[in-house]
Unconditional design. Structure first.
Lengths: 325, 317, 557
């Protein structure tokens, strides 16, 4: 159920422009937020360090009756899947998939395009604003799923060639190259839709801020546009973007997970939370081997939960009037 | 003021036309970018070049894309959405309207639950501000929100349908006991958003002068909460409800696939993998139109709330 | 502070009341909403049947599951098993298959074959009527055959299954206005001439494209007649709601014995089949693969309902023999020897399939046990690969699959791992959209792919000739061998079954030895059928079966 999660702060502009290190300390003082951050550090750490953690091999199959679909044990902490592969290893590599995907989308779509275009629209106004917002509407009106499917189908042979080229000419292994290209597709198809949300927030704030006395004053003193934007508008807008992104992180990661779950995202055997969960999701599959669903879903649920909590805590900090005491 | 708003509204509405045109062109082109078409699937392993050529002629797939698009749009404006190739030769409108209707009813019921749970939870959390109950309540719903529906559904189906046989999994229409579980699953994740919004709204109102006055007058706390705080805090919720409305017709993909509900989301997925060009186009255009108009509504609401946003007038220079 | 506590409590109470209230309202609405004009309004009385005393076995309506038809319910348009399941119940032809897959008369009472094997004279029954009561005559058949061959009708199967009839090709290619090989002798006699003697011709006539349709109905409603088709089968189509359900009701005047069931409901919607089966929402369900062993060894309570249906289907890996490295038979053979199908079946598939020791499934007439595919032998696979000219320069291999027809992705993952372990060959698995897969298959651009083939009629010709003759449209491996072509052509006109069988055996073994394809499994459908449903047959193909079934409430448990 996609109820518009209109953020509390959108209507309560303008904001205290500067939220800096003090906020981070305040954030860490909140117990819930602290726990969330600790979990995220573990999650990201595991993903980034996956190739160097000893004993982690997400692909090693052991097709014997004794080894497949086993519950958690000392040898396999999360149990094994239907191929006898170690689920913990697969989960660790799945976090890697999630990390690469979210970072790619956030950096390119959320930050780069979102802030840039939002600022441009908000600060310049006029036809620039209209154009950017309408383009955003076109993008936002399109279903990500279909675009990804069509792109993959249309360019598959070229994608393959590119993967092989990468594999032969760079340091990348087969998996890395394949993952990278798959990411480029999914990310490429998601980014056009990811920036519009951020842009809206930024644009609204930029509108509000540029009417502020300090911006007007700076303009009167002959400050350049770049200076006004970087010195006055951007700092005022950043907290909101951070809040918006951390609140939306679960949703961004969810796009890839849902696609892979449907078999339209990352192809097996490369692990992604989507295809891992798909192996255990189903009434019967759950009844027979609950560990396959639980061991793969819980880390993902906690990931989304942690980002939700963090986003919630950040809203409190940015919007002090609703803050917890 | 009024005429400015009217002008803005008209301009905004006029803009939807080119936006929708561009969307339709883009989708049309993207769909035909893939190497296969519905005729490939229609004939499957029995493919015959002559038959295929005649079928492509029948459905018009042998024309250049821009001609196909032009034909499609011409028919669209005459109310003809084309024919489905997956449900062979059913009209698109025969295929999609019953499904939109099913999804809409489900979405509407779910929306009612979202708000009737979310609003009290929000008030409750705001009242409990400062105690551990506030973060606990909100965290609980944020946790629910973090569970993907394709994880929640098999677990609930296992306990409720298989183990204890409380509900059935056959589809017997929206108004049957079997629909309760899908509706609940559709509504649970939305509660957190509404509750958070409501909580913030209540807290803002609590600091208003009239609430303080009411308290100072020694009115009972319950009276203050019910009459002063809740009533005023509910006003901004109207916006949220309004913005949620377009969401109810688009359907919940995983709920519809896991429960086998003949709704719009399941049909869309089938139309993608089908592929079923005309059905897919109709569904996308339907969704995009709703989305675009919802955007107009959002902008209009903001324009009323904060007139500075109603730009158009460029920066004065 | 007491005030605050009070508020908290009140809030809690309010929340609970609301939550309970909402659930309550929905439950009420659910109970009282049955007479609402919901979109599924038509099936309300069926629902009542299900809820009535006696549970699912109380009524006389069979509730089973089905899939959305992949084409209109027009016999000449059908090309997949799922849709054929409905077509064979609604329509009928000259001949049909009985439950043992023998060709028996349907509308034809008897037939005679001329000594040269080229002319078939069918005598029609005189009590056969369409659903609307109109009598079926030889003229109706002539119309139906000519309609099937009409190029404007775009039948994808007519040349494949009726191409033997004289004049079908001509009409289909626009060279003739009628089909010269179909001749009406009198109202009850139909003469069909074929271009060469062929033993399997009668079997081909059981395929839907040869069924009879009602000229009057089609001409009066050319666009929508399939919504309420006027056939001659044991059931009529009562309702068809796409993605929801198909309801067939009994034809009271069926000439081969009226069905005992009132109706058959195919549900196209709803959740987990096995769960619905256990909840008594369906008469027919499928065994969840994880429970299959308990069901087979009898330790599960479902064991008594178990009705395995070995299908006349084979799944296989196919090589494009024109592409590197598969133009070298050694590579293909090595790959065939490197996969351990037994282990995959045992560990991954819970013994739900049968390892395909050949191409023709055991249900196929002419199946020969002595035909064999390569056994798993890792060491021999390695030495074979070493002998190939690609031993040290293996090109990249991409295996494409579409998730329809071939193996499930999990089997592919296990197989790819075996190739990696046993041969050191990396095979990339590539999921493809179905339409793109089909197109590339046809254009021959796929290097290696996973596919499946299901029997259209029980004759080896349908598998071997259709898949491996160099001129067959279904030969997508690029395989062309004059020797195989010659044997296949010889088998076509051979009238001695044992001799045909020997010819096909020769072809099959040759293809397996050259590893043109690697057959891996003969699938089995694991059905559960409620004990109150009597006479459920074991079938490997879609043949009319619902008229034999009966629901006996006393056998419910």
């Amino acid at each position: 159920m996609a109820v518009a999660q209109a953020s509390t702060f959108e209507e309560t502009a303008p904001l205290p422009p500067v939220v800096r290190w003090a906020s981070l300390r305040r954030l860490l003082r909140k117990k819930i937020a602290f726990v969330a951050i600790v979990y995220l550090v573990i999650f990201y750490g595991a993903g980034l360090l996956a190739p160097v953690i000893p004993g982690v091999d997400p692909y090693k199959q052991e097709l014997t009756r004794e080894a497949v679909s086993q519950g958690p044990s000392a040898e396999h902490w999360f149990g094994t899947d239907a191929f006898g592969r170690d689920l913990l290893s697969r989960v660790i590599y799945a976090t890697r998939t999630t990390i690469i995907f979210t970072v790619a989308v956030v950096v390119t779509g959320g930050l780069f395009l979102g802030i840039g275009l939002g600022l441009l629209a908000g600060y310049r106004g006029g036809w620039v604003d209209t154009l950017i917002m309408r383009v955003g509407e076109v993008m936002g009106g399109l279903p990500t799923l279909i675009i990804i499917l069509a792109l993959t189908a249309a360019f598959r042979t070229r994608i393959d060639d590119f993967v092989f080229w990468l594999q032969d000419h760079t340091w990348m292994s087969r998996d890395d190259a394949r993952l990278l290209v798959k990411f480029v597709i999914i990310t490429g198809a998601s980014v056009p839709f990811a920036w519009i949300g951020t842009s809206r927030i930024v644009r609204g704030q930029a509108f509000a801020l540029r009417e502020n006395e300090f911006v007007t004053a700076a303009e009167m003193m002959g400050a350049s546009t770049t200076r006004i934007v970087t010195r006055h508008i951007l700092p005022g807008v950043m907290p909101l973007v951070v809040v918006g992104l951390s609140g939306g992180m679960a949703a961004i990661a969810g796009t890839e997970v849902a696609l892979s779950f449907l078999g339209l995202g990352i192809d097996p055997p490369t692990p992604s939370f989507g295809n891992l969960i798909a192996d255990g999701a189903g009434v019967r599959a759950f009844a027979a081997n609950p560990h396959i669903l639980l061991a793969t879903a819980i880390p993902l649920v906690l990931f989304s939960f942690a980002w939700n909590l963090l986003g919630d805590a950040l809203v409190d900090i940015v919007e002090p009037r609703t803050r917890n005491r | 003021m009024a005429s400015g708003l009217l002008g803005y509204t008209i301009r905004r509405l006029l803009w939807t036309i080119p936006v929708l045109l561009v969307i339709s062109m883009f989708v049309f082109w993207i769909l035909r970018l893939a190497p296969g078409d519905p005729v490939d699937v229609l004939l499957g392993q029995r493919y015959d070049d002559d038959v295929a050529a005649r079928l492509r002629d029948k459905y018009g797939y042998d024309e250049p894309v821009h001609i196909q698009y032009f034909t499609y749009m011409t028919n669209l404006f005459q109310g003809d959405l084309g024919v489905s190739t997956r449900h062979t030769d059913f009209n698109v409108s025969e295929v999609i309207w019953p499904k939109i209707w099913v999804s809409t009813q489900l979405g509407f019921l779910a929306l009612i639950i979202v708000f009737s749970v979310g609003i009290p939870v929000g008030i409750y959390a705001a009242m409990a501000r400062g105690t551990f109950i506030d973060p606990l309540t909100i965290s609980f719903w944020l946790f629910i929100d973090a569970i993907p529906s394709f994880v929640m559904i098999p677990i609930l189906q296992y306990f409720l349908a298989l183990k204890f046989s409380v509900v059935g999994l056959a589809w017997e229409g929206v108004w049957s006991t079997n629909a309760i579980l899908p509706i609940l699953i559709m509504s649970l994740p939305g509660v957190a958003g509404v509750a958070r919004y409501m909580r913030a709204s209540v807290i803002l109102v609590m600091n208003e002068d009239y609430v303080r006055t009411a308290r100072a007058k020694g009115l009972k706390e319950t009276t203050v909460v019910m009459t002063h705080i809740t009533r005023n805090a509910l006003l901004p919720m109207i916006t949220v409800i309004g913005l949620s409305l377009p969401g109810i017709v688009t359907g919940a993909l995983f709920v519809e696939t896991f429960f086998g509900i003949p709704g719009i989301a399941r049909e869309s997925l089938a139309a993608i993998t089908g592929p079923d060009f005309d059905v897919l186009l109709a569904l996308i255009l339907f969704g995009s139109t709703l989305f675009v108009f919802a955007n107009v509504a959002i902008d209009l609401i903001y324009a009323v709330v904060d007139p500075r946003i109603r730009v158009g007038a460029s920066r004065g220079n | 502070m007491t005030n605050k506590t009070l508020t908290l409590l009140m809030g809690l109470v309010a929340f609970l009341i609301l939550a309970v209230g909402v659930v309550f309202v929905i439950a009420i609405a659910a109970g009282g909403g049955d007479d609402d004009d919901t979109p599924a309004g038509d099936d309300q009385d069926d629902n009542d049947d299900r809820d009535s005393v006696g549970g699912i076995c109380g009524g006389n309506t069979l509730i089973t599951f089905g899939s959305d038809p992949a084409s209109v319910l027009d016999p000449i348009q059908v090309r997949d098993e799922g849709t054929a399941e409905y077509i064979v119940e609604i329509f009928g032809g000259l001949v049909t298959l009985d439950l043992e897959l023998n060709v028996v008369g349907d509308i034809a009472e008897s037939w005679e074959v001329s000594p040269d094997g080229k002319t078939y004279t069918f005598k029609l029954r005189n009590n056969v009527v369409f659903h609307n009561g109109k009598r079926v005559t030889a003229q109706d058949f002539k119309y139906s055959f000519e309609r099937a061959a009409d190029p404007a009708e775009n039948s994808p199967t007519v040349t494949l299954y009726l191409g033997l009839i004289e004049g079908v090709e001509d009409k289909y290619n626009g060279r003739a206005d009628e089909v010269s090989g179909v001749e009406v002798v009198d109202e009850r006699t139909l003469k069909i001439t074929i271009t060469q003697p062929a033993d399997y011709f009668l079997a081909e006539l059981t395929y839907p494209v040869a069924y009879v349709v009602d000229q009057e109905q089609i001409e009066s409603n050319p666009r929508n007649w399939t919504r309420d088709p006027n056939g001659t089968g044991p059931f009529e189509l009562r309702t068809f709601t796409p993605a929801e359900e198909i309801v067939l009701s009994r034809n009271e005047r069926y000439h081969l014995g009226v069905a005992k069931l009132d109706e058959v409901v195919f549900e196209l919607s709803g959740g987990s089949l096995s769960t619905r089966y256990e909840n008594d929402e369906l008469h027919v369900g499928v065994v969840p693969s994880t429970d299959i062993e308990a069901v087979e060894d009898g330790s599960s309570p479902l064991a008594k309902d178990y009705k395995p249906q070995p299908r006349m289907t084979v799944s296989y890996f196919a090589f494009n023999v024109d592409k590197e490295p598969f133009d070298d038979p050694k590579v293909r053979q090595a790959m065939a020897m490197a996969i351990d199908r037994e282990t995959i079946n045992e560990v991954l598939l819970f013994e739900t399939q049968r390892v395909a020791d050949g191409i023709l499934p055991p249900e196929m007439p002419g199946y020969d046990e002595s035909v064999s595919s390569y056994e798993f032998d890792a060491a021999k696979a390695k030495t074979t690969l070493a002998e190939s000219r690609y031993a040290n320069s293996m090109p990249r291999i991409i295996l494409t699959y579409a998730g329809t027809g071939g193996d499930a992705p999990n089997v592919l993952q296990a197989v790819a791992d075996m190739w990696q372990q046993n041969l050191g060959i990396d095979v990339e698995l590539q999921a493809s959209e179905y339409s793109a897969y089909l197109r590339e298959l046809r254009q021959g651009t796929l290097q290696m792919y996973s596919a499946g083939w299901a029997a259209d009629y029980p004759d080896p010709e349908d598998f071997l000739d259709k898949l491996f003759h160099s001129e067959s449209a279904q030969n997508e491996q690029g395989y062309s061998d004059p020797e195989v072509d010659r044997l296949l052509e010889e088998a076509r006109s051979e009238s001695d079954f044992e001799k045909r069988r020997a010819l096909y055996k020769q072809v099959e073994q040759k293809i397996l030895d050259e590893a043109i394809i690697i057959p891996d499994f003969w699938p089995v459908e694991h059905l559960l059928v409620k004990p109150c449903v009597q006479n459920w047959p074991t079938l490997s193909m879609s043949v009319p079966k619902y008229r034999y079934l009966e629901i006996d409430a006393s056998k419910a448990d």
